[in-house]
Write a protein that binds this ligand. Structure first.
Ligand SMILES: [Zn+2]
Length: 347
């Protein structure tokens, strides 16, 4: 069904949400590539069952005739006799061949352009491999990420509008795909994603739902409570973020610029060591978590409460990673953290 262009697909009323979402993403991806309205050269011939009534291709796939491109030569449908010789089809297959041929004649509009027959996209090549490639899911994800322009994502557009500047595709790619490898905790990852995807109901969003509300920040009661203001810009929060910046400098040695890209969206420049990025990520996560715990309160968390939280994260991380194959980086990171903490503990 996925390979069938959306305009030709049957309507299914009781499709599961997961299938519907997958299909929607699939279509969006193909639309971006400009291939959403046509058949793919690797369109599965079996999918014709959904398009042509009383079709019988029972013997085709077992004889190796699987994809649309196998039916074509120089943009023309191969005559049945020639196909029969190549794939040893029974005579009875001639009828199905005629049905498909006539369908294709009627629907010339959906045939791939001439240059598409010989060159498959990376995804099409992957889907036609007879042997299942190793790490298939990761390969597909990576392929999808590479092909997708983050600037088409709604939350990316919204962040850039609030920031008043654009981040590069590489920066977004780091924010979206690299950071998640740094933590094992789904709860922490969830929080980071909720901030990134702008899940929180900040005052300016509530204003749309409750007309009487002012949309002002609940802390300073002066500025509009946008996503950026509530998490970053609010002057009441500034001391906390300044302390966080100092904490990062003291533990990792990295002087991270005081910008929302780094602290709020967690863009950790790739030229820093992975140990530093790992520690910075956890420090920032702890601060974000503490801010979320003070939601709609006028008080703000202290850096000390964030440090206590980092200690908890450290405990979980060490426990979870101790069973994993040896990974020196997290050990080194927490050693750095401990060294700094021991220095600062008052006698
Ligand atoms: Zn404020």
């Amino acid at each position: 069904m996925a390979w069938t262009p959306p305009q030709l697909r049957k309507k299914y009323n009781n499709m599961s949400p997961l299938t519907a979402t997958t299909l929607r993403e699939w279509d969006r991806f193909h639309k971006e590539q400009g291939f959403d309205r046509e058949l793919s050269p690797v369109f599965l011939l079996d999918s014709f069952y959904g398009l042509i009534p009383s079709l019988n291709m029972a013997s085709w796939s077992s004889r190796g005739l699987i994809y649309l491109h196998q039916l074509f030569d120089q943009g023309e449908v191969i005559p049945f006799r020639q196909l029969q010789n190549t794939y040893h089809l029974p005579n009875a297959a001639a009828f199905a061949h005629r049905q498909i041929h006539s369908w294709l004649q009627k629907n010339k509009k959906v045939l791939p352009a001439g240059d598409r027959w010989g060159t498959f996209t990376e995804l099409e090549s992957l889907c036609t491999q007879t042997k299942r490639p190793l790490k298939l899911i990761s390969t597909l994800y990576n392929h999808h990420h590479r092909a997708l322009d983050p600037h088409t994502l709604q939350f990316v557009k919204a962040w850039e509008a609030e920031l008043g500047r654009q981040l590069t595709k590489e920066q977004w790619s780091h924010i979206l795909y690299e950071n998640k490898k740094l933590t094992l905790s789904t709860a922490h990852l969830e929080l980071a994603r909720k901030v990134l995807y702008r899940w929180y109901l900040v005052p300016t969003r509530l204003k749309h739902m409750i007309p009487k509300s002012t949309g002002l920040c609940w802390r300073c009661n002066k500025a509009q409570g946008t996503m950026l203001h509530i998490w970053w810009d609010c002057l009441v929060l500034t001391p906390l973020w300044t302390d966080t910046q100092a904490l990062i400098k003291n533990t990792t040695g990295v002087a991270l610029a005081h910008t929302p890209e780094h602290f709020l969206l967690q863009y950790m420049p790739p030229h820093h060591t992975k140990t530093s990025r790992y520690l910075m990520y956890h420090i920032i996560l702890a601060v974000l978590l503490q801010i979320s715990k003070h939601w709609q309160k006028q008080t703000t968390p202290s850096i000390q409460s964030c440090i206590t939280h980092i200690e908890t994260i450290k405990g979980y991380e060490i426990m979870a990673r101790s069973n994993n194959p040896p990974q020196k980086l997290w050990k080194k990171a927490w050693e750095k953290w401990d060294t700094y903490q021991q220095k600062t503990v008052k006698p």
